[in-house]
Design a protein around this ligand. Sequence first.
Ligand SMILES: Nc1ncnc2c1ncn2[C@@H]1O[C@H](COP(=O)(O)OP(=O)(O)OP(=O)(O)O)[C@@H](O)[C@H]1O
Length: 249
Amino acid sequence: MPFSIALAGKGGTGKTTIAGMLIKYMIMKEKKPILAVDADSNANLNEVLGVKIIDTIGNAREDMKKGKVPSGMTKDIFISMRLEEALTETDNFDLIVMGQPEGQGCYCAANSLLTGFLEKLTANYPYIVMDNEAGMEHISRLTTRNVDVLLIVSDTSRRGLQAATRIHKLSQELNIGANKSHLIINQAKNGPSDMVLDILDEAGLNLAGTVPEDDTLYEYDLNGRPTIEMPEDNDAVKAAFGIFDKIIN
Ligand SMILES: Nc1ncnc2c1ncn2[C@@H]1O[C@H](COP(=O)(O)OP(=O)(O)OP(=O)(O)O)[C@@H](O)[C@H]1O
């Protein structure tokens, strides 16, 4: 069984950035090969990881739904060909991008093919890192059984923290990450305030640690430089690695 780590949190809190640092950490600790899954339709995990993508699972599903299967080709062969194209391979990790979600209540043929494909794909890797939307649609649909650690990312804002506690509750309802979810407060200017600690206490959410706001991290993103190439002696990277040391064995 692969060891899988999922990340979730309100958009803009730095979930994808933390995912990039996590993948860097895992490569350094020889926890590889990794399957990186971008399951957030707004995220750009590929940019954080410095790789180009040519296709997404969502595009393949849409084309299949629209009947764009070439004549003489079975749907199975078409979808497996397209999905292979959606997998970007590198030395240490491969990346698959989910793309646009299918919408609620869609149980079309494409989805069952996709589920089968993803199950087979995920079984090939010892480590999986998934960057998710706050609603965790993909987690609940596709990877429920596989989440070993859920990292919830928030900034210090009340709304970020409220989203974090909602995700924590949802993870318990979905039976994923129960007792396995950890909060990382990102872009922190100071240590956690009493307001923050009260909210977490009430929600029963474990604070794994804080990652400081960091100009270099921000500039890398602004200039299109991959987070994964950040220097290891950077304060934000060191803080994130310290957190991973505690929660990933
Ligand atoms: N610790 C930090 N210090 C400074 N800037 C940061 C830090 N963490 C993230 N950022 C910056 O904040 C912005 C949002 O980060 P990121 O894209 O990782 O968020 P996200 O939660 O994944 O958002 P979305 O879900 O919308 O993709 C980026 O410009 C990123 O470089």
